[in-house]
Design a protein. Structure first.
Length: 244
């Protein structure tokens, strides 16, 4: 069985690398396993589209602008989260309970949102802002976190504006990372599922070795992505420390 994988953890370039390595591992086995042919071909097609989109958007001026907006959004998220964490330790009446209610929302939608890819981070932060405003308004006001949330929402809106503009200005008919990424991840999931299904139905050394190789790739890739996310988060924390 191939390990389950949360593709939202992969930034755009890391997803490209993972998909490329997957195809390299699977390709030699396709000849001996005809049932994999349509799934391998579909994944190859979507990978080619993704590569085209990635190469074009890497050269796109909006890519740099998005990175700049994200560099504002990430600290805004961390500032809000850390402030609420600090508030949970206050001994003032009601503060701990109020802060913990907000922290639960953050944990549920994305405690490490700043370390996620753009799309997953946008979804997590959008959900956090919406739920906190709708269900934790009193708690937000009690601990004085409204201004911190306002700053995060402004940073999120600025990022969304650039992201939308980059899509609007894309050449008509040309693939974008946002449009092709779901196709690629779905193709990879289908490929992995078929490999596991075939090896479950008629176990063999070739398919077992293939599953093992792909699981090793998944473990290595996730370790790389998570380590990069941790380093980025720690770097942001260091930048946010007050100077003495």
């Amino acid at each position: 069985m191939i390990n389950s994988l949360n593709f939202s953890l992969f930034p755009s370039d890391e997803l490209f690398t993972f998909a490329k390595r997957t195809l390299t591992i699977v390709e030699p086995k396709v000849v001996q396993t005809p049932g994999l042919v349509p799934f391998f071909n579909k994944t190859s097609e979507t990978f080619a589209l993704y590569q085209t989109a990635l190469e074009r958007e890497t050269k796109n001026p909006f890519t740099l602008l998005l990175s700049e907006k994200d560099a504002v959004r990430d600290p805004a998220f961390m500032a809000f989260r850390i402030y609420v964490e600090a508030a949970s330790y206050r001994i003032l009446p009601g503060w701990a309970a109020a802060a913990n209610k907000i922290l639960e929302v953050i944990r549920r939608h994305g405690w490490s949102a700043a370390a996620l890819g753009y799309k997953a981070e946008t979804a997590a932060i959008t959900n956090i802002i919406s739920e906190v405003r709708n269900k934790c308004a009193d708690e937000l006001n009690l601990i004085g976190a409204t201004e911190w949330l306002n700053e995060l929402e402004t940073a999120q809106q600025d990022f969304d504006s650039v992201a939308h503009q980059s899509i609007t200005d894309a050449p008509i008919g040309e693939p974008t990372i946002m449009s092709v990424r779901p196709l690629l991840t779905n193709s990879l999931r289908s490929l992995f599922s078929m490999i596991s299904l075939l090896n479950s139905g008629t176990p063999g050394e070739e398919l077992t070795a293939l599953e093992t190789a792909l699981n090793e790739l998944i473990v290595r890739s996730l370790a790389t992505v998570k380590a990069a996310g941790t380093r980025a988060e720690n770097a942001k924390k260091e930048e946010d420390k007050p100077t003495t």
